[in-house]
Design a protein around this ligand. Sequence first.
Ligand code: AHR
Length: 534
Amino acid sequence: MNRVDRRQFLLSGLALAAAPRLSFSASARIDILPDEPIGTINRNVYGHFTEHLGGCIYDGVWVGPDSKIPNIGGIRKQLVDRLKRLNPPVIRWPGGCFADTYNWRDGVGPRERRPRRTNFWTNTPYLWDAPNSPRKYEPNEFGTNEFMHFCRLVGAEPYFAANLRSATARDFYEWIEYCNAPSGTTTLADLRAQGGDANPFPVRFWGVGNESWGCGGNFTGAEYAVEYRRFTEWIPRYGVELSFIASGPNAADYEWTESFFRKIVEKGKGALRNTFGFALHYYCNTTGRGDAVDFTTDDWYKLLAKATLMEELISNHWRIMGEVDTDHRVKLVVDEWGAWHKTDPNISSGYLFAYYPTMRDALVSGLTLDIFNRNADKVAMANDAQLINNINTLFLAAGDRFTVTPIYHVFDMYASHQGGTAVRTVVSAPPVAHPGVPGLSGLAGSCSLHENRAVLTIVNPDIQNAQNTEINIRGRRITNSHATVLSANDIHAHNTFAQPNAVEPKQDSQAGSGSPLNYSFAPASVTRLALELA
Ligand code: AHR
């Protein structure tokens, strides 16, 4: 089945929300329950991830100080300017799988003297025939100080992923010393100062290995727990509240979670005291990595249905963690998530896993961020994979060409949830009627409260039908509302270097008032309603 017909899609009511308000007959209902708080939405749930992979670091974040491309000390200026607008809370680096091959010492000291190394991803068939470049042979121009400068420029907190597979516990605590030891106290603090940073960075979040069930060492959960304990014991803190993040499961690998938690407390629950998070990874891949921009309606619904699995993964892993960590002091950190399609070789040679994200990926991102909001009590951080030129990317850049993607706009629209109180919100809408995708909810979303304001974000996955919806907020009155809507004339719509504004949100400042508020959610859309409350 069938690419959706463009004309049919246009006729199906994409003229945003205006028309249906004239004669309103509701097919759906949303009840916001302000007196049923779930938890504070941790800002870090809106985090990002950058890896030395394809065009993410080199030519993405880093163009070098001598480049003709506008840059701030080597960092791409356009990226800094656009990213800052999203209020990015945290950025993970340097991998991914790359992290478990990385020697942090290679990326410090004078840039011209840094060694070149083979990149983890060199062996990927896609790169076999590609010319030699930083994507195959790591020049180490971008290291710890450069990453910290990037974080500072955009106002984000760093999250380092340390190497557990091929480095030692000593390398780990010495990297912490390099970053956090007070100025002038140790040789490593002096080395940091020689790189231009006399003051400590200081770095709080440390991932201890990445995907230790796979590229990060191929351990069992129990074997990894022993390594994790060894790496995290007795590390000097330098006054920083070190927050370690253990490598968690791949999607529904519940055995990993169970065996890690059972083993980690074998010598007492003290081993959990430094453990801030447990990292879950979930990519809703298209089967065999299908094409990012050329897909059928079937592909559309199947991918969106796969994205919704995140909710079940969170609640199942959380339950298993709670069997050992009964106080739930360890939170979930979903430090890799997103849709993942086939590499598009036309973006730029060697940009492994780069493609043009479409409206479909925007909806995957909206559905996922809403799930994180609804699980504000469980998810303390999440990092979209990845920030630029890679997988579920917010930006594409090649040389002096640059564009934001539809996913960027979703992050922009959802940024106003940060720090709000997530409240239980009951969304009742008829499920999408599409063969082979049972149970895909007709509407999905989340709501957060911010004093006299509520932010409601809603995804309508239905390609054909708008959803006329009655919105109630228990015990409060909606005095005004403003809608921001991301939709397009075609579900395949995406931004390119030539057409960077093909997909962008539209404002609907007359969304209305009254309780209930009647609003029609456009087909195949992501909507943010900012509600003013009496
Ligand atoms: O994000 C790309 C890769 O996906 C990461 O390096 C790895 O952790 C995951 O398998």
